[in-house]
Design a protein around this ligand. Structure first.
Ligand code: NAD
Length: 255
């Protein structure tokens, strides 16, 4: 087993959304002693979350406003995080955007917007972080895909979202192979419906009930369900798991 260093940093993208998966992940990892590199679009929200996490859990935290779809910004942000915090050991790629536009109404701009954030963004952040991880010969990378990739949409977001999230699974498998020799594991999580605001705003009780009808578990997913899966996959004990897609979806997709 390759031990993780005692003082270790996890970078979380898409971290600041008040009811989002990123914030729940930051909170859980900080409670477990991880230092946190925080990435999201707004600097004051990043600063607030970093301060909150440090006050609550006593870990170091540092946030940098970054558009993950902009490779130069990503590289500069991770340079800053690396200079400010202990060794980067884990990365959680959580930043993402939804897109409910039907295929026949899709514009080229909308296609590129969604692919740029949800797929290229994952690549830019992962590539920069991997450059550091290979130097230390240890790392854990987890990226959020979606059940939409496996079921061909069928969720709030439509085709470009599904394509980008399927790309995340391909990226995960290929990187698991290429980075494995450096003791870096690379996995994806495929959430089903999680109670956040990404599906066009806060879900009504009626919409929640409709979503639950498709599941084998009798409730909607919570942000803590996904944060817990991320925490598991980046733990030292998960070192023999790589190239996998973990479905945290209430049984929506079985294969
Ligand atoms: P959310 O909208 O609450 O959070 C998304 C976060 O990403 C926000 O903080 C946003 O500011 C940030 N973000 C968006 N574009 C960005 C960019 N270009 N650069 C940096 N940050 C950016 O949504 P959520 O439900 O917490 O979603 C988190 C992830 O989980 C997304 O990748 C989403 O696609 C995925 N997911 C969610 C569900 C669900 O049901 N909620 C299901 C499957 C997958």
């Amino acid at each position: 087993m390759n031990a993780l260093p005692q003082e270790r940093t996890a970078i979380v993208t898409g971290a600041t959304s008040p009811r989002g998966i990123g914030r729940a992940t930051v909170d859980l990892l900080a409670s477990q002693g991880w230092h946190l590199g925080i990435i999201d679009l707004d600097q004051s929200a990043c600063d607030e979350l970093a301060n909150e996490v440090t006050a609550k859990h006593g870990v170091k935290a540092f946030g940098v406003a970054t558009d993950v779809a902009d490779e130069q910004q990503v590289r500069a942000a991770i340079d800053q995080i690396e200079a400010s915090l202990p060794q980067i050991v884990a990365l959680a790629n959580i930043a993402g955007v939804s897109s409910p536009v039907p295929y026949l109404e899709l514009t080229s701009d909308e296609w590129h917007r969604v692919i740029n954030v949800n797929l290229n963004g994952v690549h830019y952040v992962t590539r920069r972080v991997a450059e550091t991880m290979v130097q230390y010969e240890v790392g854990r990378i987890v990226s959020i895909s979606s059940v939409s990739a496996q079921r061909g949409g069928g969720t709030f977001s439509k085709t470009p979202y599904s394509v980008a999230k399927a790309g995340v699974i391909g990226l995960t498998r290929s990187l698991a192979r290429e980075l494995g020799p450096y003791n870096i594991t690379v996995n994806a999580i495929s959430p089903g419906p999680i109670d956040t605001d990404i599906m066009g705003g806060t879900l009504t009780e009626e919409r929640k009930a409709e979503l639950v009808e498709d599941l084998v578990v009798n409730r909607l997913g919570t942000t803590h369900d996904i944060a817990s899966a991320i925490s598991f996959l980046i733990a030292e004990e998960a070192g023999y798991i790589s190239g996998q897609t973990l479905n945290v979806d209430g049984g929506l997709y079985m294969h």
